[in-house]
Design a protein around this ligand. Structure first.
Ligand code: BGC
Length: 761
């Protein structure tokens, strides 16, 4: 075991990092003025009005959780008029928002405006790629821009608070919500969390195109056992502090205004009732001064979990633990005032929660101009405009990952090739929109069929092969891929026989991933595998375009199909983005933000695993492995090809090999474009801390850079490692750096073998 050095100073440094932990001298006059206004308002409020601020109701139209109670609309209007509602979600459109805001501002005793929340997850009306896909761009600038576009459109529709970004790390592709996060890695996840918060909130929250962001779901929701939605989470302190919490901390550092807790329990305590997470870590150690909203009725759910015996107890536990606002749970509004009056919950708890909520409302400028987000002109001009479509197309093409390209089958030729396009998902204008698209209109994406027609002069032949079940595709409906009707397969095979190239678009419909959509099999659903194999038997010249919200198990395709493109669900501009990549107008540059397993049995599989005590095949049987599958994944984290090729060499650790923990360690590498096209490469740097008081992963991403290289061009790139990258959190959640030997790896994915080393003394 190594010595722990620098523990205390590092803890202090890291506490000091939080943007929100302002020292007295940093509190600017604007903040002071807001504090005064909040205090003055708070002093006028009754207990019921305070509880009202902590109460959030769903609107009257869209539903994003179990249906609200019958007759609740009447109650909601009554409560609005009494000042018992602080926020609404799923109310959108300037007219609708104005209606509820007018009641809050003009009909209640104190006229406190509502904060209006909505799930603006990857766009409002103009949709960008699903977040997992965007993460595959590794391009923080375009990710920030995408959130900016989303905020501008949402703000123009009356919304001033998004329930995004979801920063849950997950290693389990069975979990449907991996589509909504940034994948498996806390370093990449933290960078993306910051970019998204910046994009939503901009530099000035009072601007009428910026909205408050919400880091969710605090915490560990992504570690649901067996990938089953809303399930138990049981993880150790090392995983919690090193894998789960860093992106949340990054969001705090980026100044995120709100947090959402979660449906899961963590080691026996539902997180909605966790003082450890919400009071000790978030509001204590990290100094977060925004507010925490519960997830949809997650306060009530503590009763089903068996953590609270009734609503009264649930209200007490949640409020005491630091859940400041109750989303559509009716628990606070029904129980909290009496709990305070009976001395069971301290009024100071209400004051703290309300102070946080009012502060955000002041910062948004809602007290000065409660209807600022209800400008009909903005609604007309700022939603769905060309600039926004251009921006989402840009991020969409950058999110595509080339997984395989044998015999240079890609890019396709724009002329003179007989291309047969197969797969009903290619003709679908709905699935590309992803599963979070309440603000958008159904069937508005550019389909892949449309995109491919537009970008080439080829005579494109299209065959569905296997038809999608065309259920009414609404947010709550079930969608399936045909599992019984094989009648279209023969026709697809016939057409494929005479093709130069076949493009097959297969995968999941977007309603097969997302919340409540966990799967136990993650291959191609329905008859699509059969379709793929049947076409392959007739003509092997296939480009498989995957469209999906999670990593899929496609081992057969990887072995047999010459080209595979990961096309996710890319939002409104899907077809144009895919066509630009297939025809070579854009040379793919995406890299996987999540490992692709070979089979379900390997899950959870991730690149930053521990070595184990028996990592190598020194004995025939007794080593850490499966007897029926390799340990390696199908595609590792960080993996993605280009139409060109890149060579990495000359990795140098500058200034010797011995460093102190205060040093900045400079590492450089030369990258050369050795192929036939100009291209972009995401160069990645990983470290391995060889010996730790808590065992360290075999690889940890600690830097990346996007490098554009012309054909034949070389560039040296430099990474700097500092104590921010070299340490880890111990079991107490304290950041430590330990002396000892490190390996460093640079390359185009997490399995790179290009290696250097250094020692920390
Ligand atoms: C989800 C949240 C979402 C909320 C409001 C919940 O079911 O877990 O992520 O923000 O609904 O729609």
């Amino acid at each position: 075991m190594k010595n722990s050095i620098l523990t205390c100073s590092i803890i202090l440094t890291f506490l000091g990092c939080s943007n929100n932990k302002k020292s007295d001298s940093m509190i600017d006059t604007k903040t002071e003025a807001i504090n005064e206004k909040v205090d003055s308002l708070l002093s006028k409020m009754t207990i019921e009005e305070k509880v009202g601020q902590m109460n959030q109701y769903n609107g009257f139209w869209d539903v994003t959780g179990p249906s609200p109670k019958d007759g609740s609309a009447k109650t909601k209007y009554e409560h609005l008029r009494k000042g018992w509602v602080g926020s609404m979600l799923n109310v959108r459109g300037t007219e609708n928002v104005k209606e509820v805001q007018r009641i809050a501002v003009e009909e209640t005793r104190l006229g406190i405006p509502l904060i209006i929340g909505f799930d603006v997850i990857h766009g409002y009306k103009t949709l960008a790629p699903i977040p997992l896909a965007e993460a595959a761009s590794w391009d923080l600038e375009v990710i920030e821009k995408s959130a900016r576009v989303a905020a501008t459109e949402a703000a123009a529709s009356g919304i001033n608070w998004t329930f995004a970004p979801m920063v849950d790390i997950s290693r389990d592709p069975r979990w449907g919500r991996v589509m909504e996060g940034a994948g498996e890695d806390p370093y990449l996840g933290s960078k993306i969390a910051k970019a998204r918060v910046k994009g939503f909130q901009g530099n000035d929250l009072s601007d009428d195109t910026t909205i408050a962001a919400c880091a969710k779901h605090f915490a560990a929701y992504g570690f649901s056992e067996a990938g089953k939605e809303y399930n138990t989470v049981d993880i150790g302190t090392s995983t919690l502090h090193n894998m789960v919490l860093p992106p949340f901390k990054a969001a705090v550092e980026a100044g995120v205004k709100t947090f959402m807790n979660s449906f899961n329990e963590l080691n026996g305590v539902p997180v909605t009732g966790s003082s450890f997470l919400q009071r000790d870590i978030l509001k204590g150690k990290w100094g977060f001064d925004g507010f925490v909203v519960s997830d949809w009725a997650s306060i009530n759910e503590m009763i089903s979990w068996g953590h609270a015996k009734d609503k009264k107890e649930a209200a007490k536990i949640a409020a005491t633990a630091g859940s400041d606002m109750d989303m559509e749970g009716y628990v606070y509004v029904e129980e909290l005032a009496n709990l305070v009056k009976n001395g069971i919950v301290k009024e100071a708890i209400l004051d703290d929660a309300v102070r946080r909520i009012l502060t955000v409302k002041f910062e948004l400028g809602l007290f000065d101009a409660p209807y600022k987000y209800c400008n009909e002109e903005n609604e007309k001009n700022n939603i769905g405009n060309k600039e926004h479509h251009d921006a989402v197309l840009d991020v969409a093409k950058k999110s595509i990952v080339l997984l395989k390209n044998e015999n240079k089958i890609l890019p396709l030729k724009k002329k003179g090739q007989k291309i047969v396009l197969i797969g009903d998902l290619a003709d679908d204008k709905n699935s590309p929109l992803g599963s979070w698209r309440l603000g958008s209109d159904d069937n508005t994406a550019v389909s892949i069929l449309e995109g491919m027609k537009k970008y080439s002069e080829n005579n494109l032949i299209f065959k569905k092969g296997v038809e999608l079940t065309k259920d009414p595709v609404s947010f709550t409906s079930e969608i399936n891929i045909n599992t019984t009707d094989e009648s279209g397969i023969d026709e697809a095979v016939k057409a494929a026989k005479s093709a130069d190239v076949i493009v097959m678009v297969l995968g999941e419909h977007s309603f097969q991933s997302g919340e409540g959509r966990s799967r136990t099999e993650i291959g191609l659903p329905g008859l699509q595998q059969k379709l793929l194999e049947s076409v392959y038997n007739a003509n092997k010249n296939i480009v498989l375009v995957l469209t999906n919200g999670r990593p899929l198990t496609i081992e057969w395709a990887d072995k047999n199909i010459p080209a595979i493109v990961e096309g996710w669900q890319l939002g409104s501009q899907t077809g144009n983005a895919i066509a630009q990549v297939l025809y070579g107008d854009y040379n793919p540059s995406g890299k996987l933000p999540m490992t692709f397993p070979r089979n379900i049995g390997q899950i959870p599989i991730y690149y930053n695993y521990k070595n184990t005590g028996r990592p190598n095949r020194e004995s025939h049987v007794f080593w850490s492995h499966y007897i029926d599958s390799p340990n390696t994944p199908l595609y590792p984290f960080g993996y993605g090809l280009s139409y060109t090729t890149f060579k990495y060499d000359n990795l140098k650790v500058h200034n010797g090999e011995n460093f102190s923990t205060e040093d900045t360690i400079k590492i450089s590498v030369t990258i050369t474009n050795t192929g036939d096209y100009d291209g972009k490469e995401v160069a990645q740097l990983y470290i391995r801390d060889l010996v730790g008081s808590i065992t360290r992963p075999v690889r940890e991403l600690k830097g990346f850079e996007m490098v554009a290289l012309k054909k034949g061009e070389s560039k040296e790139i430099v990474f700097n490692l500092t104590k921010k990258e070299l340490g880890f959190y111990n079991s107490d959640g304290n950041y430590v750096i330990e002396a000892g030997d490190f390996e460093v790896y640079v390359g185009g994915n997490s399995a790179t073998k290009i290696q250097g080393k250094f020692t920390l003394n």
